[in-house]
Design a protein around this ligand. Structure first.
Ligand SMILES: [Mg+2]
Length: 113
């Protein structure tokens, strides 16, 4: 069994613009389904978000509500991911590479795993 650390915004949901509030995020169903299948198979799925790290606003209730509404199965939701510009890690995937998403249409064509 593997442990997956999964971001939320821009990873399992998208926003119309950088100023779109979290409450108007739109779920990316095929990605949610992908991680749900891993969860069902017994893998550990931890969602980790930096929501509120810069503003100081607690978005945990909203985030839990959204994940429930979107049918996101999870082992754990963690808030308090640090804000960052670059994430340097020997095991990390960029979401576009992981899902091989067509950046023009947003369509997911295939997955790395
Ligand atoms: Mg993100």
């Amino acid at each position: 069994m593997k442990t997956y650390i999964v971001d939320i915004d821009g990873t399992i949901c998208r926003h119309d613009s950088k100023t779109t509030p979290y409450s108007r995020a739109k779920p990316i169903k095929e990605r949610i389904n992908f991680f749900n299948q891993l969860h069902d198979a017994g893998h550990t799925i931890i969602y980790w978000t930096a929501r509120g790290q810069q503003s100081g606003i607690d978005h945990s209730d909203l985030t839990k509500k959204q994940l429930d509404e979107w049918g996101v199965k999870r082992t754990e939701l963690r808030m308090n991911k640090p804000s960052y510009d670059y994430w340097i890690d020997d095991k990390a995937f960029n979401v576009q590479d992981f899902f091989m998403t067509d950046t023009r249409t947003g369509e997911t064509k295939s997955m790395t795993l």
